[in-house]
Ligand binder design. Structure first.
Ligand SMILES: Cc1ncc(COP(=O)(O)O)c(C=O)c1O
Length: 455
């Protein structure tokens, strides 16, 4: 099959070629996943619309998964599928890595949760402190969302200021104060330099006095806004790898400007590395050479178990020191539970600089292969280190307003077609490799994608 479409077609014609196969792709999916279908029918009687996690929603229904082994999962219909998303990037060693299994099996018979600290939490926190030079202190939570919520509380308490600067199109979990302008519809965007916050959910209370929205990668807009409002600003919250905007990176000038503004006005620079921490041994901050005041972590540091953490400057995190007047409170029944801690520690110990380098090299192989396949087509390949994304768009992306013009429906159909052929990615074609992903899997994936884009 040829790599690219030989006859030049318009962008819309190109996307339509796959659309025209939607019914066939869905029918094949349904034929391959009858047990998932039956489970989904049952799920609709207990979960609203059949789901209890938004990111899993896909048409006509999500595949139910039964097992994970290394780089693959087995679905409810007993098909083995190559995993290219690893529970939303959270499993850098793949599924059921022997070291993680052994660590958890060692701990389970001796208790899974205590009303008391354990040495395990200390060891994982010490490891994080070593790897992240900006992490002078750490506090654990149970999810990335919780970590973001706590980091924002710390930032507001630090100089007693209310407003968080967030960027349009950035996703930081499900806390109310970051659930603004995550994926607003094009027609709601307006065109001022400081876009108004657009609720990403019903049930949010107006946040104009607590959250300010700015366009990503726009140094002038950031400087103008911060210069004018710094007395109210608690934090600038940035994702060093902007996942929902298409796994794009901030321009170095943009990140440097954010750092300089935070220094000038004593604002907390808050990096959300819940995903980005998998991009390097010292996190994304080590790769881009900018040190934040606070960092939120999650996903990989829990070794496959629910986790979150806030790490950062002692001066800020010490605001939670017990006995302190006006302290920042932070509780949680399962914070630093021993199962998460031993699994996280086992995972992080396997993740040496060499393993990060190997994952990044395999990720680069995927991106290079994809770029060769999409050359001349209205498809864009982005990502960094072990992360990659294919976006149905005919231009580069530097912010949400670019990203929102992508053809999401095309991505969804292509993703379903990939599942039919045995590859699991998100329905917007985000993917990642893990330390157990193989070159052979990558070659097969590229070959399959090559066939799909040529349809
Ligand atoms: C950048 C970022 N921050 C925060 C979160 C929320 O983490 P969790 O899903 O563990 O609550 C996510 C989840 O994908 C994320 O990508």
């Amino acid at each position: 099959m040829s790599t690219s479409v030989s006859v030049r077609r318009t962008t819309n014609d190109y996307y339509r070629a796959l659309y025209s196969r939607t019914a066939e792709i869905k029918a094949r999916y349904q034929a391959l996943t009858p047990r998932s279908h039956a489970l989904f029918d049952r799920a609709q009687r207990v979960f609203p619309g059949g789901y209890t996690r938004d990111s899993l929603v896909r048409e006509p229904y999500a595949p139910f998964l039964a097992e994970g082994i290394g780089s693959t999962v087995v679905d409810a219909d007993r098909r083995r599928i190559v995993d290219l998303w690893f529970n939303a990037t959270s499993l850098p060693l793949g599924h059921a890595h022997p070291d993680v299994v052994a660590a958890v099996e060692r701990q389970v018979p001796y208790g899974t949760a205590f009303f008391g600290p354990t040495e395990h939490e200390l060891r994982l926190a010490e490891l994080l402190k070593e790897r992240l030079p900006s992490a002078e202190r750490v506090r654990f939570a149970n999810s990335g969302s919780e970590a973001v919520m706590m980091a924002i509380r710390f930032a507001r308490a630090f100089r007693d200021r209310p407003v968080i600067v967030k960027f349009e199109g950035s996703y930081h979990g499900s806390y109310d104060d970051v659930s603004w302008s995550v994926s607003p519809p094009v027609e709601a965007l307006g065109d001022g330099p400081t876009p108004g916050p657009i609720a990403d959910s019903k049930g949010l209370i107006d946040s104009h006095d607590r959250v300010a929205l700015l366009p990503f990668n726009d140094v002038a807009a950031l400087e103008a806004f911060v210069d004018a409002h710094h007395a109210q600003l608690a934090a600038i919250l940035v994702e060093p790898v902007a996942n929902r905007m298409g796994l794009i990176l901030p321009d170095p000038a943009f990140i440097s400007a954010a750092r300089a503004l935070c220094d000038r006005y004593d604002i907390v620079l808050l990096f959300d590395e819940v995903i980005a921490f998998r991009t390097g041994f010292h996190g994304a901050q080590g790769e881009i050479g900018v040190s934040p005041d606070l960092t939120t972590l999650g996903k990989i540091i829990g070794g496959g178990f629910p986790v979150g953490a806030v790490a950062g400057r002692a001066e800020i995190l010490e605001l939670s020191r017990p006995g302190r007047q006006g302290r920042v409170s932070h509780a949680g029944t399962f914070n630093a539970n021993p199962i998460t801690m031993v699994a996280g520690l086992a995972t992080m110990q396997v993740l040496t600089p060499q393993v990060f380098a190997d994952m990044a090299e395999l990720g680069e192989r995927v991106r290079c292969g994809l770029r060769e396949i999409v050359a001349g087509l209205p498809l864009l390949v982005t990502g960094i280190a072990s992360l990659f994304k294919i976006t149905a768009i005919g231009q580069e992306i530097s912010n949400y307003r670019d990203a929102v013009t992508a053809d999401k429906a095309w991505e969804g159909i292509a993703s379903l077609a990939l599942y039919n052929e045995g590859f699991l990615m998100t329905s917007s074609l985000s993917g990642c490799v893990s330390a157990v992903s193989t070159r052979e899997e990558v070659l097969r994936f590229l070959d399959t994608f090559r066939r799909i884009v040529a349809w």
